[in-house]
Design a protein around this ligand. Sequence first.
Ligand SMILES: [Zn+2]
Length: 245
Amino acid sequence: MRGGPGWRVTTVCCRSRLAEIRDGPGRKENGPPRQDPCGPWPVQLRFPTGLTSEEYVRTTAWEQARLDRCPLHPRGGCGFCRHGTYERQEPPGARIARYYCRQGHQSFSLLPDCLAARMSSTLAEVEQVVATAQQAKSLWAAADKLRPDISLPSAVRWVSRRVAAVRVALVFVVGLAADRLVGVQPRLDEVGRALGTREVLVAVRGICAAQLQTLVAPVGFHPRRGRRSSARYRPQHKTGPDPPG
Ligand SMILES: [Zn+2]
């Protein structure tokens, strides 16, 4: 599927998470409120372009991304507006459209389906890493092949993060689309065969569109496990490359 001028972003947000951002987390703790030094990390939303990363850059597709209303205040009146773009490290030349809610002090970035969330890669690159790991004799062998430029333990961690995150996404989609993926094991090759696509992770993001705020990155938009999950403690995204250099 390929979009044309005037594409609109499908705003699919987890209401509870947006409510937390809007209202703050439950105030069960005692003592003074903690400092919120810089404001929240931008909420990522899906921009379903149908483009590859090369096409996204070549056509400067971020200029066509639109968010018609504020996810926090659908009735308007909150000073919701376009807030420029920011640069991605990968692929070179890619930019991400951004909006800002003045009342909620919250920015929203519109991530195309071809790009990984919270990771400077495309989803196709992540998929290639995991496919290589599945075919290798061991995770260490895959890591040694994929990242000869860094130490082996670091390479293993690099591959492991991607394998684990993709595994979560595949288990998630097999459960979510049980009618289409009945009897399918949560492996890239099996899910890809069942869906009839080679761009498995892009397809998974589309199937899970309504759950992307709860599905972990890089397919979903939720921060990976092991990181601080509260938006209150995440640093405000600054102007510049994503992620920062
Ligand atoms: Zn708003």
